[in-house]
Design a protein around this ligand. Structure first.
Ligand code: UD1
Length: 388
């Protein structure tokens, strides 16, 4: 039996691990273990994703919770080391770029346990982003690096990572999106949110009829700096006079709005609809019917590209440039006037259409498993035949 520990910690990890776990379960001689570090712990940030994506309950829960970067990373490392020594897995699989990804890779590498990093090689070249540090360190320690685009392969090669370790396989997050697309399309999210007048308009009358925008914000660079956050809110204040903006708020963002005494300003905007974070299906249902998405999330840039929804990224850079060169994304920064200008362009019908990047076809997890089986010598050891 091959024992594989699959690590998740924060919201964007869950939709990436789901197709990998499904794929592993198809193999009788692989024992996948799901480990949740507990970096995200609220029902709305964690449990709801397990239910909606039908992911089995974690086999191991570390319960580390929130803290400074050092505290959180150290807590995951200490707890994960104990588990890794006890379980002695043959491989650990980490996804994305959150603190849990970095912490578990570091522990495994020191215990000489091979590490597979799914979504390797993405670079914003901006080391003020904690995720960029996590990506750089995780990739430098990983034995198998699975990438979503050819540019990521180039980034890794430029950092001196040997070509034999790098595999361009596509995008596991898009596997999950494609698997759930029918549920997403038929979900009554707009009715539930009281946007029912808008429900179904997109499907019946095309993009011109879509009459709401979706906003997400949670990056420290945006919500932990009062002036930047106020500037973004200033832009929203203007745009919400033209279109309703639905804003599912991340807990960090709620905290910062209150801390900076900007809560009243946000509340005062008649057409800015502040709601709790949504589960996976509801959120994608909302996004798939929107006229415009504004975000500082990484994953949402990819999901909007595949759904063909224009996206404005409220950051100075992106580690996912393929969503700009091929998809629907425009990186607009945090300047109030620029956000308004680019937002109005889309409202006037000039949003990018884009195309789906190569290998974002719903089969990334299958490719990853086939490669792992081959690379780990399982074809020989366990008598496997690999189906491509
Ligand atoms: C983390 C990831 C980020 C990812 C994001 C998705 C890192 C460095 N950052 O950022 O890459 O895009 O998740 O959401 O790993 N909180 C709650 N309930 C929760 C979780 C968090 O209230 O279940 C609050 C706490 O006040 C906490 C704060 O949110 O201090 C930040 O949480 P944390 O996990 O440190 O970072 P995120 O901003 O969520």
């Amino acid at each position: 039996m091959l024992k594989i520990i699959n690590v998740v910690g924060a919201r964007p990890n869950f939709m990436k691990i789901a197709p990998l776990m499904d794929e592993m379960k198809k193999h009788a001689r692989i024992r996948p273990i799901l480990l949740h570090t507990g970096q995200h712990y609220d029902d709305k940030m964690s449990d709801v994703f397990f239910e909606e994506l039908r992911i089995s309950k974690p086999d191991i829960y570390l319960g580390v919770g929130s803290g400074s970067h050092a505290e959180q990373t150290a807590k995951v490392m200490m707890e994960f080391e104990r588990v890794a020594l006890q379980e002695r897995p043959d491989l650990i699989v980490v996804v994305g770029d959150v603190n849990s990804t970095l912490a578990c890779s570091l522990v495994a590498a020191k215990l000489l346990i091979p590490v597979a990093h799914v979504e390797a090689g993405l670079r914003s070249f901006d080391r003020t982003m904690p995720e960029e540090i996590n990506r750089l360190v995780t990739d430098s320690l990983s034995d198998y690096l699975f990438t979503t685009c050819e540019e990521a392969n180039k980034n890794l090669q430029q950092e001196g990572i040997s070509e034999e370790k790098i595999f361009f396989v596509g995008n596991v997050m898009i596997d999950t999106l494609m698997k759930n697309i029918e549920r997403i399309k038929s979900r009554d999210t707009l009715e539930k949110l009281g946007l029912a007048g808008r429900a179904g308009l997109a499907d019946r009358a095309g993009p011109a009829a879509r009459d709401f925008a979706v906003l997400t914000l949670h990056r420290p660079g945006n919500v932990d700096v009062k002036e930047t956050f106020r500037d973004i809110l200033g832009a929203l204040d203007e745009l919400q006079t033209k279109i309703k903006i639905v804003f599912p708020i991340h807990p960090r963002t709620t905290k910062q709005l209150k801390e900076f005494k900007l809560w009243e300003m946000a509340k005062g905007m008649k057409n800015l609809m502040l709601i709790d974070p949504l589960g996976y299906i509801d959120f994608l249902s909302l996004v798939s019917q929107a006229k415009l998405v504004m975000t500082d999330s990484g994953g949402l840039q990819e999901e909007t590209t595949v759904l063909g929804i224009p996206c404005l990224t409220l950051r100075e850079n992106t580690e996912r440039p393929i969503t700009v060169s091929e998809g629907t994304n425009v990186v607009v920064g945090m300047n109030k006037d620029r956000i308004i200008q680019e937002g109005l362009k889309i409202l006037n019908g000039a949003g990018k259409m884009g195309q789906r990047p190569k290998l974002w076809d719903g089969k990334a997890a299958t490719r990853i498993m086939n490669i792992l089986i081959e690379q780990l010598g399982l074809v020989h050891r366990l008598g496997y035949s690999v189906v491509s």
